[in-house]
Design a protein around this ligand. Structure first.
Ligand code: AMP
Length: 305
């Protein structure tokens, strides 16, 4: 089964306390698509300008990503700059240039419209809805979001949330959306807004998954060296959706979603080991499965034969 992924495709400038890099391939759709492509087939929807380096398009193609839905238009590609503190859970946005995104109106190619799994990566809820309006009977819809949309387009975001199966957001966003301090209460309140499930990401502290009377807490894979946390959330969402699509099932039970959370978290752990998509773009499936095995051993507290 394939997954349709829409989101931003960006050129990022990233500053950490130890390193600084410019014009890196970034954006929610780039990270999510490459991550999902490790597990299944991907139909990408997005927009870039004519300045977008050809090598990045070649990268999408080399990952087997279908780019029929990628628009290349006159103008500059979306750009974002961010800076991290020593605590890499803390990040400041230094600048955002919407550029070609200002006029983006996603139109799905005919061949995309029946894609069963949909990942609405982080972009404005209005654009996410526009994509959702064009797909026919999806089996599972995941939507990611960020603080900006909670602040600036709350009514549109609430409208979108009602239409999705799973909402993904991070801990501070869950608190901001619900005005709750407890993440469990925030998660339950989000479920009342309409989605069947909610995944609350807690950076290096893992992730919570809640459904109606269902709960799963997943730790993060412990890493000694984190170089660049950018895109971890998008990679998580891409890994989650890619894993579900790879199951090739007509419907999903909570146990499927739990495992999808684990795969999403593991792929995110690879993502942060290097800048941009450098670590995940050529990640062999064997390495993912090896980390899965290790993570299973680390998380289990009963004897495993
Ligand atoms: P994450 O670290 O998972 O939150 O995602 C980081 C990526 O989000 C970067 O590569 C940015 O290019 C992209 N990004 C930042 N701001 C926005 C925005 N307002 N809309 C869409 N994508 C964004």
């Amino acid at each position: 089964m394939s997954v349709l992924i829409v989101g931003s495709i960006a050129l990022d400038n990233i500053k950490t306390k130890l390193e600084e890099h410019e014009e890196l391939l970034g954006g929610s759709a780039s990270y999510a698509s490459v991550a999902a492509s490790l597990l299944t087939r991907v139909n990408l929807v997005g927009i870039v300008g004519t300045d977008f380096p050809k090598q990045h398009i070649e990268l999408f193609k080399s990952c087997g990503i279908n780019i029929e839905g990628l628009q290349i238009v006159d103008g500059r590609t979306f750009r974002w700059s961010g800076e991290y503190e020593w605590d890499m859970n803390q990040r400041k946005t230094l600048s955002v240039e919407l550029n070609v995104f200002e006029t983006f109106s996603p139109n799905l190619p005919e061949s995309y419209r029946k894609t069963p799994i949909i990942l609405l990566g982080n972009i404005s809820p209005a654009l996410q809805q526009r994509v959702l309006d064009q797909v026919e009977n999806p089996r599972f819809v995941v939507a990611d979001t960020m603080d900006l949309w909670i602040t600036t387009t709350r009514p549109e975001l609430l409208e979108l949330i009602r239409r999705v199966d799973l909402l993904v957001l991070n801990d501070s966003e869950a608190r901001q959306l619900t005005e709750e301090t407890s993440l469990i209460k925030a998660g339950r309140n989000i479920l009342r807004l309409g989605p069947k499930y909610v995944a609350i990401k807690k950076g290096e502290h893992g992730c919570l998954l809640l459904g109606d009377g269902q709960f799963f807490s997943c730790g993060a894979f412990p890493l000694e060296d984190i170089h660049d946390p950018t895109g971890a959330g998008d990679t998580f969402a891409g890994g989650f959706a890619g894993y579900l699509a790879g199951l090739n099932k007509g419907s999903f039970v909570f146990a499927d979603l739990k495992k999808a959370v684990v795969y999403g978290s593991l792929l995110a752990s690879f993502c942060v080991e290097a800048f941009s998509l450098d670590r995940i773009k050529t990640l062999p499936r064997k390495e993912i499965e090896e980390r899965y095995r290790l993570f299973r051993l680390m998380s289990h507290f009963e004897v495993i034969e």
